[in-house]
Design a protein around this ligand. Structure first.
Ligand SMILES: NC(=O)c1ccc[n+]([C@@H]2O[C@H](COP(=O)([O-])OP(=O)(O)OC[C@H]3O[C@@H](n4cnc5c(N)ncnc54)[C@H](O)[C@@H]3O)[C@@H](O)[C@H]2O)c1
Ligand SMILES: CC(C)=CCC/C(C)=C/C=C/C(C)=C/C=C/C(C)=C/C=C/C=C(C)/C=C/C=C(C)/C=C/C=C(\C)CCC=C(C)C
Length: 513
């Protein structure tokens, strides 16, 4: 398709071809929206500022290693029910991805030498946790069974836009029990449910880390609907790793988008969303090119959308209110390591969480997350080597305003501090290191285009479950948001839901078949 760029002699940026929908950003939220709409016949354009698709689920290659940018614990690849949203998103545009089942979701290494492995097999997990807390066996089962109730409701219904009244009526008449079940859990957080079944303080701390490791907040602040998905789907569809790396999900979706007639442009950074008569009508890139469309979707975070792509002065009051309820979560300090295979024993699990002191769980560097994707897909590293991706929460403030040499030094010191802590679990790591690349909040901000490098929004105080999370429409007509700044929040399967919902709402608005 020809692209006419803005000519310097024009006062106004020149409009190029019109589209039905423009999606700003090719994160999984953006790509699911785009592919769903293209599959319905819409003329879709995706604009991505980076050189490949995927955003935080992208990848990069160094010296024979293929590193995932983010974590490699992927939900949503099951083959039954309705909650397998990644499987369904790929199928919708006739692309396929081989996945590799992970037998253990997480191996926890917790204070007091407590170790727990979350097995794919639900009964095996309950058995293992019950052995550590024998007096709480009953409560453990009741708590996790209650999470299953939420999951079973979700997994029994078509998952589309909750902003579409006809869909809501349809699902209600098809499955009133499931809908009422979900209505009951929408305002709830995990903490209150867990405390109804469990009283042991250490076990409640365990429930906190079970939540924190994906929601970045403890159980009292984590929505019960999301916990229902995470704590059940890991045993139902399971955790499955995409062969070739997490980056393959976006690559395949981009391929499917093009097959379905959509367009994706890389190195296309949107500078502003164009508003005319109060309505979003197009975008302008940093190089001056203008594209117009009937609907605009932003896959950037809400902080990047309102305040950067839309000027601060035009921020709708609803967005100001949202900012009072939600704040930016920290970013991560990420160590992408290549290590000699001999560092890992054959029975090592793919994902680990390390907390040394419960009091420090939420502090910067208090929790370490580890992904070792080569245990599932050896082809991501040279023969005889593994990838270890270790990351830990870290705020941008810690990395701002440093001259280059000080920044590099600080990065190095922080990285070796993490390697030292990992030595306890992987003895010989330091000696077996072959490659190390370190990313900070600054790297996440720069490469992922996320304000302060944030992992996503977290409640600034205890809220009523998911009730405060906005859906896809915004207060600006014609402008929609998708991704982890929208209902139901962070996570690939969560943003895939947001993409299905956003595309559904737009398809209804545009009267697409
Ligand atoms: N489970 C896991 O292991 C795992 C792994 C990776 C990512 N994730 C999840 O993925 C979620 C993020 O997905 P998402 O869809 O919200 O988005 P994202 O942040 O991953 O992607 C947004 C994309 O938009 C692009 N973009 C932003 N501003 C732009 C602009 N002005 N012009 C052009 N492009 C622009 C970015 O470059 C990026 O590619 C996170 O919540 C994270 O939890 C999970
Ligand atoms: C009609 C009536 C009456 C009513 C209505 C009601 C209804 C219907 C409702 C509905 C609802 C819904 C649909 C909902 C939905 C939801 C969803 C889908 C959700 C989802 C979720 C998901 C999630 C949250 C996920 C997540 C994940 C994550 C985040 C992950 C991450 C990871 C990481 C980071 C980790 C790492 C670790 C290591 C390495 C160890």
């Amino acid at each position: 398709m020809p692209v006419i760029t803005h000519q310097s002699f024009a006062d106004e940026p020149r409009p190029t071809q019109n589209f039905d929908v423009i999606v700003i950003g090719s994160g999984i939220g953006g790509l699911v929206t785009a592919t769903q709409l293209a599959a319905k016949g819409a003329n879709v354009l995706v604009l991505e500022s980076y050189i490949i698709p995927g955003g935080s689920s992208g990848y990069f290659e160094r010296e024979g290693y293929r590193f995932d940018v983010g974590a490699s614990m992927i939900f949503g690849f099951g083959d039954q029910g309705t909650t397998n949203l990644l499987t369904r998103a790929l199928e919708a545009v006739n692309v396929k991805l081989e996945t590799i089942p992970d037998p253990v979701q997480i191996h926890y290494h917790l204070p007091g030498e407590l170790q727990v492995r979350v097995h794919r097999d639900y009964e095996k997990f309950l058995q293992e946790l019950g052995e550590k807390f024998p007096d709480e066996r009953d409560g453990i089962r009741k708590f996790y069974d209650e999470c299953w109730q939420v999951f079973n409701c979700l997994n029994a219904m078509e998952l589309l836009s909750l902003e579409e009244p006809r869909y809501l009526m349809r699902v209600f008449f098809q499955n009133p029990g499931a809908c009422l079940g979900l209505v009951q859990y929408l305002p709830k957080n995990v903490g209150e449910v867990a405390k109804r079944h469990i009283s042991n303080p250490e076990l409640l701390k365990f429930i906190d880390i079970e939540c924190y490791c994906w929601s970045v907040v403890p159980a009292d602040l984590t929505p019960m609907i999301n916990a229902g998905m995470v704590f059940s789907d890991r045993h139902y569809g399971g955790i499955n790793y995409p062969k070739g790396g997490v980056g393959q999900i976006a690559q395949k979706l981009a391929e499917g988008l093009q097959k379905a007639g959509g367009t994706i442009k890389y190195k296309a950074r949107v500078k502003q969303i164009l508003i005319e008569n109060g309505q979003a009508v197009g975008v302008e890139l940093t190089n001056g090119t203008v594209y117009r469309a009937r609907r605009i979707v932003s896959n950037a975070t809400r902080w990047d959308t309102f305040g950067k792509l839309i000027p601060e002065t035009m921020m709708p009051p609803s967005e100001r209110k949202w900012r009072k309820r939600y704040q930016k979560s920290p970013s991560f300090l990420s160590l992408h390591l290549g290590v000699e295979a001999s560092v890992l024993t054959p029975e090592t699990d793919c994902h680990h969480i390390i907390v040394q002191d419960w009091q420090k769980m939420e502090e910067p560097e208090g929790t370490i997350f580890v992904s070792i994707p080569t245990l599932l897909d050896q082809d991501l590293a040279p023969q005889g080597y593994h990838i270890i991706h270790a990351f830990t929460p870290s705020w941008i403030d810690n990395w701002e305003d440093l001259p280059p040499t000080e920044y590099e030094q600080k990065k190095e010191e922080a990285a070796w501090g993490i390697v030292d802590r990992l030595e306890k679990i992987f003895p010989g790591l330091d000696a077996g290191l072959d490659y190390m690349e370190v990313g900070t909040a600054r790297s996440h901000r720069r490469f992922l285009n996320r304000d302060d490098g944030t992992y996503g929004p977290i409640p600034s105080r205890q809220l009523r479950g998911l009730l405060g999370m906005p859906f896809n429409r915004t207060a600006i007509p014609g402008l929609y948001c998708v991704g982890d700044s929208t209902f139901p929040g962070q996570g690939l399967n969560a943003v895939a839901f947001s993409g299905f919902a956003c595309a559904h709402r737009i398809a209804v608005d545009l009267k697409l078949g």
